[in-house]
Design a protein around this ligand. Structure first.
Ligand SMILES: Nc1ncnc2c1ncn2[C@@H]1O[C@H](COP(=O)(O)OP(=O)(O)OP(=O)(O)O)[C@@H](O)[C@H]1O
Ligand SMILES: [Mg+2]
Length: 269
C-alpha cells in the first residue's frame, strides 16, 4: 500500500535558465507511482523543459529533481531501463527498419535477441503496424513513425513513461485509436506516466491529474480527473472550459488564440 504514496517523481523548487531566460521558476511537483499526469500549456510554457529534466538530458540550476529516488541527470545507471521516452520528433534511426528500431531498446538492455524480436513484433502489432516491420522510417508516414516510436518506448516495459506530443502528428482516426490503446495500456499496467499534449481532450481522456503550466513553468491549474467524472459529460465540459481558460491566461476562452508576441521561435526538440 505504501508504495502507492511514494512519489516516483519529485521536483522541489526547481529553476532552469537558458542564458538570461528563465524557463522554469521554482517549480515543485510530484507524481505518484501508477499515476498518469498530463502537462498542458501554451507554447513556450516550459513543458518540454520539465520533460528534459525528468529524462536527465538537462539538469536544474536550482532545486532537486528525483526520479525513482535518483537524480536523472547523474544516475544514468540507476534509471537504465526504467524510463521510456517518446519525443515530439520521433528520433528513429533511419538505417534501421521499424522492427529493428523497436528491438533496439531491448537489445541495449541485454535482452536475448529472440525475446527482443518477439516483443518488438508484438508492440508493432499493438500500434497497428504489424505488417510494416520491414520498412525503414523514410518509407513510413509521420504518423506511422510516431507509432513506431511509441512502440519502442513501451516495449522495454518501463516503470515510467514520458511522452512529449507523441500523438500530435497522427491523423484523427489513428490518433484516437492509439490514444485509447495508450490509455488502456497505462491503466492496465499501472504505469506511471507523464505526457505533454496540446489537446485538452487527450488530457481529460487519459490523465488522472492535469497540470496547466504557464511560463516560466509554474503550475497555474491543477485538476484531478476520476473515472466517474469522465462519464459525466457536463463535468467534462466544465473542466474543458476551465483548462482552456487557464491555458489562455484566463483572458481568452479560445485556446488557439493569436500567438503571444513576446513569444519564442519554437525549435522542435
Ligand atoms: N535549449 C534552449 N535554449 C534556449 N532557450 C530554450 C531552450 N529550450 C527551451 N528554451 C526556452 O524555454 C522556454 C520553454 O520552452 P519549452 O520548450 O520547454 O516550451 P514548451 O512548453 O515545451 O513549448 P511547446 O508547446 O512549443 O513545445 C521557451 O521560452 C524556450 O524558448
Ligand atoms: Mg515542447
Amino acid at each position: 500500500m505504501t508504495t502507492l504514496h511514494t512519489p516516483l517523481i519529485e521536483l522541489r523548487d526547481v529553476s532552469k535558465r537558458f542564458g538570461s531566460h528563465t524557463a522554469i521558476d521554482h517549480l515543485s511537483m510530484e507524481v505518484r507511482e501508477g499515476e498518469t499526469v498530463a502537462l498542458l500549456g501554451q507554447t513556450g510554457a516550459g513543458k518540454s523543459t520539465v520533460m528534459s529534466l525528468l529524462m536527465g538530458t538537462s539538469s536544474a540550476d536550482e532545486g532537486t529533481v528525483r526520479v525513482a529516488g535518483a537524480d536523472p541527470a547523474r544516475d544514468f545507471v540507476a534509471l537504465r531501463g526504467k524510463l521510456a521516452v517518446s519525443f515530439q520528433t520521433d528520433r528513429l534511426l533511419p538505417w534501421r527498419t521499424a522492427q529493428e528500431n523497436v528491438e533496439l531498446g531491448l537489445l541495449l538492455l541485454n535482452r536475448p535477441r529472440a525475446e527482443a524480436r518477439e516483443r518488438a513484433a508484438q508492440w508493432l502489432r499493438r500500434v497497428k503496424l504489424g505488417d510494416a516491420g520491414h520498412k525503414y522510417p523514410a518509407e513510413l508516414s509521420g504518423g506511422m513513425r510516431q507509432r513506431v516510436s511509441l512502440a519502442r518506448a513501451l516495449a522495454v516495459d518501463p516503470a515510467l513513461v514520458l511522452l512529449d506530443e507523441s500523438f500530435s502528428q497522427l491523423d484523427h482516426v489513428t490518433s484516437q485509436t492509439l490514444r485509447r490503446d495508450f490509455a488502456e495500456i497505462v491503466r492496465e499496467q499501472r504505469k506511471t506516466c507523464v505526457f505533454v499534449t496540446h489537446r485538452i481532450e487527450d488530457a481529460l481522456e487519459i490523465a488522472d491529474r492535469i497540470l496547466v503550466l504557464a511560463a516560466p513553468a509554474r503550475v497555474c491549474l491543477e485538476l484531478s480527473v476520476s473515472a466517474e467524472q469522465r462519464q459525466d459529460t457536463a463535468c467534462m465540459a466544465r473542466m474543458h472550459q476551465q483548462i482552456e481558460r487557464a491555458i489562455g491566461g484566463d483572458t481568452d476562452t479560445t485556446a488557439e488564440a493569436e500567438p503571444d508576441p513576446s513569444s519564442f521561435t519554437t525549435t522542435d526538440h
